[in-house]
Design a protein around this ligand. Structure first.
Ligand SMILES: Nc1nc2c([nH]c(=O)n2[C@@H]2O[C@H](COP(=O)(O)OP(=O)(O)OP(=O)(O)O)[C@@H](O)[C@H]2O)c(=O)[nH]1
Ligand SMILES: [Mg+2]
Length: 129
């Protein structure tokens, strides 16, 4: 089975709100809400992939990202290892640069069921903070 390494950004502002984007109708885990990010290329570190993906997907230049956790999950068709970062410094204002819907959600109001199943432990940890 294919095994993807994925860099994911939990973009958090000074009001403790987190930036979420909606996955497209045609993607894996279609229409679910996610933390922006994407596949780590062979020649990249997780942090490098994070910076590239957040620029591509949200338009921001990351200036401060701290590793938070990893999560391993096997879906029907693919295995993923997600490398989560807390992003609290950036230049610009994040938006859905690929046209995807986005919203800011208070950290305490995240709902695990809105995310792909791999995110459950991470959302639980954010809710417990
Ligand atoms: N970005 C992101 N991907 C996640 C999350 N949770 C989760 O299971 N994934 C899974 O991680 C995998 C890779 O993420 P992705 O689809 O964003 O990768 P990408 O941006 O490189 O996609 P692309 O192939 O369209 O360029 C997908 O199978 C996706 O379902 C999450 O919170 N954020
Ligand atoms: Mg992506």
């Amino acid at each position: 089975m294919k095994h993807l390494q994925v860099a994911v950004g939990i973009i958090r502002n000074a009001s403790k709100e987190i930036f979420l984007a909606q996955r497209s109708a045609s993607s894996h885990m279609a229409n679910m809400w996610e933390f922006p990010g994407g596949k780590i290329e062979a020649d990249e570190t997780a942090a490098q992939a994070l910076n590239r993906e957040l620029l591509e997907e949200t338009g921001i230049e990351v200036t401060n990202a701290v590793p938070f956790d990893t999560a391993d999950h096997t879906y029907q068709d693919v295995r993923v290892t997600l490398h989560f970062f807390i992003v609290e410094g950036w230049n610009g204002e994040p938006y859905g640069r690929e046209g995807q819907p986005m919203r800011w959600v208070p950290q305490a109001e995240l709902v695990a069921d809105e995310f792909p199943p791999a995110n459950s432990p991470i959302v639980a940890r954010l809710l417990a903070e």
